[in-house]
Design a protein around this ligand. Structure first.
Ligand SMILES: Nc1ncnc2c1ncn2[C@@H]1O[C@H](COP(=O)(O)OP(=O)(O)OP(=O)(O)O)[C@@H](O)[C@H]1O
Ligand SMILES: [Mg+2]
Length: 350
């Protein structure tokens, strides 16, 4: 169906905001549906798995829950589509088509999707993603994730957004235009990196502990903080030799979480310097932290303190890190007529 026909019948237009992340994908639709699922596809390891599963593959949290007899594939690695083989592309296609199957579109709906991807996703990579999106929606636009967060907050001028995800931390300077490559920095240290650091630190301190990366991640998500230690020490219930043990994890958690921050602060400083001097004080007052990593306790104060030599900074964490990006994508899809999407990035369909 063409764009013109869609405009004649608004009820047939379905707008989607999609935040395609390494660990989670979040979706909001113009009919008020919200979806959150793990960005993972599981395939049976053998014929027994196939029999247990009863279908060729399964997507999202369900796949993760059945991981003992499935081979899990994460289509986005370090925030970009893995494109080593046709197989990898097929995984991404399975994830995307599953997402679209969940939005409850009517057969005659015309679907317009704005898809947020990490700032680093290269031109070629975006084109691949768009080609796949075109198989499942009518019109699609790919834009950078931190730009979507800024859009959802209405902070498109003189601000800096720091999106701390699982695979990457994306930092973006907003100057009232669509951010170009020179306005964005992607660091490959993010939540997964903290998990690794914490895992290694805990094993080193307590060699008897039964530790793996999932346990380290749980400990992080429960106790994460930077800077001043909380009043009560962080005591985790862990296991050693099959038996429960209690362990003070305060210091290892702090050190692992703080390991991200020097690079983040340095990148904020570098982007700050790219603004005209008269705007810099305002930019300092508009520093926004998003993504799952914005849940780290004390992170806004810590960054504010580190920026002290530049002036009095105001650093805020978004209220809803899970949906802030896709809310911005949906808002953009709804507010800006699709015929203008070509000015914002690469578009397919129309
Ligand atoms: N309370 C918490 N403290 C610290 N980290 C947390 C907390 N809650 C979630 N996280 C971490 O946030 C990360 C996930 O964030 P998010 O959902 O924004 O990532 P993503 O969008 O899937 O990844 P990316 O943006 O890299 O593609 C994970 O590493 C997760 O462990
Ligand atoms: Mg993300």
């Amino acid at each position: 169906m063409s764009g013109d026909m869609a405009q004649q019948n608004d009820s047939k237009r379905l707008f989607l905001g999609i935040d395609l992340g390494t660990s989670h994908t979040a979706v909001m639709t113009s009919r008020g549906k919200q979806i959150l699922l793990k960005s993972v596809v599981g395939y049976p390891k053998d014929v027994i798995g196939l029999k247990l599963l009863g279908r060729p593959y399964v997507v999202g949290d369900q796949a993760f829950d059945m991981r003992s007899y499935l081979e899990l594939r994460y289509p986005l690695q370090d925030g970009v589509l893995s494109e080593i083989s046709d197989r990898d592309l097929e995984v991404a296609r399975h994830l995307l088509s599953h997402i679209v199957s969940l939005v409850e579109a009517a057969p005659d709906d015309v679907m317009y999707a704005v898809i947020g991807v990490p700032a680093r996703a290269s031109g070629g990579n975006k084109t691949l993603l768009l080609r796949m999106a075109q198989e499942v929606v009518n019109t699609a636009l790919v834009v950078s994730e931190p730009f979507m967060v800024a859009y959802s907050l209405g902070k498109l001028v003189n601000s800096i957004v720091v999106d701390i995800g699982a695979g990457t931390t994306d930092i973006c300077a907003l100057k009232g235009t669509v951010p170009g490559p020179e306005d964005q920095v992607t660091l490959v240290k993010a939540g997964n990196y903290i998990d690794e650091r914490l895992h290694n630190a805990l094993i080193e301190r307590h060699p008897e502990l039964q530790m793996n990366i999932n346990v380290a991640c749980e400990v992080k998500e429960r106790f994460s903080f930077v800077g001043k230690a909380p009043a009560a020490p962080a005591i985790a219930d862990l296991r050693a030799g099959g038996k429960p043990v209690r362990c003070d994890v305060t210091e290892p958690v702090r050190i692992a979480c703080e390991s991200l921050l020097p690079d983040i602060v340095e990148s904020i400083e570098a982007l700050l310097r790219t603004f005209q001097p008269e705007y810099q004080p305002e930019v300092l007052k508009n520093i926004i932290i998003a993504g799952g990593g914005s849940r780290i306790g004390g992170i806004a104060d810590y960054i504010k303190e580190r920026l002290r030599p530049y002036g009095d900074a105001v650093v805020t964490c978004v209220d809803d890190p899970t949906f802030a990006g896709c809310r911005g994508a949906l808002r953009l899809a709804e507010e800006l007529p699709p015929q203008y999407w070509g000015q914002l990035g690469t578009v397919v369909g129309g």
